[in-house]
Design a binder for this molecule. Structure first.
Ligand SMILES: Cc1cc2nc3c(=O)[nH]c(=O)nc-3n(C[C@H](O)[C@H](O)[C@H](O)COP(=O)(O)O)c2cc1C
Ligand code: SF4
Ligand code: SF4
Length: 457
């Protein structure tokens, strides 16, 4: 039987599912309920000198019926006293010794301040420390959060100070609000970090209320840029995770964060090299119990794939991400439409004509009953009419009356199709447009093609 038990940077975990530092980990009562629900670990809501939060503080983007596809917040770190948070961490660790509690920390950029908070968090029993170098709003205006994460020298310096004092693993949480996340990751590594986590939230303005003309969230008629997270940011997070894990100067145990809400999301981050995952928005949206499906789903997938542990598949997709110049230029696929599944909406036709390569056509005609020929004779003629595209029902009047009329089912000219995928992406019917491989040439990369003296490209 596969197991979800794992080890992240020396920290033993019951499973790879941790709650990210955010409202779901604001206090001990919440964290204990989360552990009861099945979370293996929790990164405590960032602890520092308590601040005052504003009201309101969240806004979101809904998209095509999906609520909170992207969540934006202008919340700062914990507004509870440091001593209260640390007392609750100690109590949670006393009651849940096998679960992981990480103290997320953010204090002024002073050596003594970091030494002091590190010692207090570790004395409280935290299993590790996460340095919040990522918060993009409010705290950054005071020289903390992403103001540190965006300057590699600062990130390195503070990591170094923390490592001078820390006895537990130090995880540096990176900001995505930087041109190249590897610069910050390398700095953290140079500073002695034991591990990294990525990503924190992305700077954003989610939208403007067209009645009040004030952007969301509205704080007494004004707004401020906030941090974006949730399903919308997952592709950005995956890319940054890949960049870090493919860079020898950056690579450290990495906790993946950003838009994770299902076992599939978790599997994808682990396949790109993450040792575990952290979740915020999905837990805020659906509650702690989402972890039940995440654990069951991941275990079942591991069983089907023959993976016994998280380590068995961690990083397996990394070698499949290469620079563009290493891709096979001779790989060729074309779109094929399954006439039996097509509902005749013609979205693919519009997409290909206006957004791709004008090779989907609406020139198929409804059959007129042919009483002069046998079905075999009709089939023989039809197969010569359109040479490259199979049209199973052409001229067969019977089944067409029950399905989509033939003149609404588009036809792909495979000679012109460049295999861009657009039609299959817009088609609303699953598996109706499949992309089929048709190449018969040996693989050739851009480098190989341009190296050839007779190259034409
Ligand atoms: C309301 C809110 C508050 C957050 N507060 C913190 C925080 O105090 N410290 C921190 O490191 N990250 C904080 N985050 C960022 C999350 O930990 C996480 O990095 C981010 O939301 C991306 O994950 P997600 O897409 O699963 O939400 C916060 C996020 C939200 C939505
Ligand atoms: S988008 Fe799909 S269902 Fe719609 S016409 Fe094209 S193939 Fe048929
Ligand atoms: S794959 Fe692209 S080029 Fe080919 S038919 Fe579809 S939209 Fe057109």
């Amino acid at each position: 039987m596969p197991t979800l038990e794992c080890n992240f940077s020396g920290i033993k975990c019951l499973n790879p599912f941790w709650l990210a530092s955010a409202p779901p980990t604001n206090c001990g009562e919440q964290v204990m309920r989360a552990f009861d629900a099945g979370w293996g670990g929790a990164v405590w809501k960032t602890i520092g000198e308590p601040i005052t939060n504003v009201s309101s503080r969240y806004s979101s983007i809904d998209w095509a019926g999906q609520r909170m596809m992207g969540l934006n917040n202008i919340e700062l770190i914990s507004d509870r006293p440091i001593a209260t948070n640390l007392r609750e961490i100690a109590e949670v660790k006393r009651r849940y010794p096998k679960h992981v509690v990480i103290a997320s920390l953010m204090v002024e950029s002073k050596r003594e301040a970091w030494h002091e908070i590190v010692a207090r968090a570790e004395d409280a029993g935290a299993d590790g420390l996460e340095l919040n170098f990522g918060c993009p709003h409010g705290m950054s205006e005071r020289g903390m959060g992403s103001a540190v994460g965006q300057v590699p020298e600062y990130a390195e310096q503070i990591t170094y100070w923390v490592k001078e004092r820390a006895r537990t693993p130090v995880i540096v949480k990176l900001t995505p609000n930087i041109t190249d996340i590897r610069m910050a990751a390398r700095a953290a590594k140079r500073g002695g970090a034991d591990a990294l986590s990525a990503i924190n939230t992305i700077n954003s303005i989610t939208g403007i209320d067209l009645d009040t003309l004030v952007p969301n969230p509205n704080v007494d008629g004004l707004s401020s840029h906030g941090g974006y997270c949730g399903p919308a940011v997952k592709p950005i997070a995956l890319n940054m995770v890949q960049q870090i894990n493919a860079d020898p100067a950056s690579v450290l145990p990495l906790s993946g964060i950003g838009g994770i809400g299902s076992w599939r999301d978790a599997a994808e981050f682990i396949l790109l090299g993450c040792g575990n995952v952290q979740v915020c928005t999905a837990a805020m949206h659906y509650g702690y119990r989402i972890v039940e499906d995440m654990a069951d789903g991941l275990l079942e997938w591991m069983r089907q794939k023959g993976f016994e542990t998280i380590e068995d598949f961690r990083g397996l997709s990394l070698p499949n991400v290469r620079e563009w110049k290493h891709l096979n230029l001779n790989y060729k696929i074309v779109a094929r439409i399954d006439a039996a599944k097509c509902i005749g909406c013609q979205l693919c036709y519009t997409a290909c004509w206006d957004g791709a390569h004008q090779c989907i056509h609406l020139d198929r005609t409804l059959p007129t009953p042919d009483t002069t020929r046998t079905p075999a004779q009709i089939q023989a003629v039809s197969s010569t009419r359109i040479t490259t595209t199979p049209i199973p029902k052409l001229d067969d009047a019977g089944p067409q009356t029950a399905g989509t009329p033939l003149d609404r089912i588009p036809r792909v000219d495979e000679h012109e199709c460049v295999g861009c995928n657009l039609c299959s992406l817009v088609c609303p019917v699953e598996e109706c447009i499949t992309m089929e491989r048709i190449d018969n040439m040996p693989p050739q990369t851009w480098e190989e093609r341009t190296a050839s003296p007779t190259a034409t490209h």
